[in-house]
Structure formats: C-alpha cells, structure tokens
Design a protein around this ligand. Structure first.
Ligand code: ADP
Ligand code: MG
Length: 137
C-alpha cells in the first residue's frame, strides 16, 4: 500500500502513468472516489503509461465500456456511474473482460456486486480544491 498526495489533475495522471509499466497482462485496477475525485484523470495517465492515446480517454456518456489500443497492452475502461441497478452490473461479464490479455480499469468499483479479489485498488480522496490523497494497494 502506498499513499501519494497530488496537487493537480496532471500530477494524478502522472502518478498513474508511473504505475502503468508495472501492470501485468490481465490485471484489473479498481477506482474508488466521489464524483470529481480524479478517477478519469487516473485512467488518462494509465493510457499514457501504456503508450495508448490518452486524449481518447473521457468520461463515457453513453458507452459503458471503452477500449484504448495502440499501447503495450489494450486498456479497457469501464465506468459504472450511470448504471442504475446492481443486477445490470452483474450481467456485464466483467470477469470475461478481465480474463483478456489487457488491463481492465473500473471507475465506481464500489458498485460491483461481487468483489474482485486479485486487483489493484486505487482510492482517491478529495482533501482540498486541487489536492487529492491517493491510496494504491
Ligand atoms: P472522476 O472521474 O473521479 O469523476 P475526473 O477525473 O473526471 O473525476 O475529474 C477530476 C476533476 O478534479 C477535474 O476537473 C480536475 O481538473 C480536478 N482536479 C483538481 N485537482 C486534482 C487532482 N489533484 N487530481 C485529479 N483531479 C483534480
Ligand atoms: Mg470519471
């Protein structure tokens, strides 16, 4: 477990970019934190660190799942924010996605019905307007 404090969106992305090279194929990253915490910023950094196009990363509006290719590993980005019921989430087949050879990152991971044991958990707390406390474990 490591804790870092970042003071801008870019610092949060840079932290994720430093983590990305250590992620093995098939790994899952679970993101926790309130709206505006910086989860999507963190995903942008993961894309950068993997060598994919970070500008393609956005908060999905209608798409629940986005894929960014072109890097060391394909990054699959799931945002559970707009899903209403837990039953829907249960039907997504996330386990199958995680079994793929890329990296799976899930925003609002607290909405998952079943816990995913073998995953890196990233908890982002808002400590000030531009300050975030990021726990990675
Ligand atoms: P989430 O996906 O968790 O809802 P976003 O990444 O979409 O959050 O947005 C985070 C917002 O917080 C952005 O507007 C960003 O500029 C702002 N922000 C301010 N300070 C930070 C920081 N230290 N790390 C990440 N985002 C920050
Ligand atoms: Mg987001």
């Amino acid at each position: 477990m490591t804790t870092e404090v970042t003071r801008s969106e870019e610092e949060t992305a840079a932290l994720a970019a430093r983590l990305a090279p250590y992620l093995p194929p098939g790994h899952i990253v679970l993101l926790f934190g309130d709206l505006g915490a910086g989860k999507t910023a963190f995903v942008r950094g993961l894309a950068r660190g993997l060598g994919a196009d970070e500008d393609a990363v956005s908060s999905p509006t209608f798409t629940l799942v986005q894929e960014y290719r072109g890097g060391r590993l394909t990054l699959t980005h799931v945002d559970l924010y707009r899903l209403g019921s837990v039953a829907e989430i249960d039907d997504l087949g996330l386990e199958e996605m995680g079994a793929a050879d890329g990296i799976l990152v899930i925003e609002w991971a607290d909405r998952l019905v079943r816990p995913i044991a073998a995953a890196t958990r990233v908890r982002i707390g808002i400590t000030d307007a531009d300050e975030r406390r990021i726990e990675i474990g």
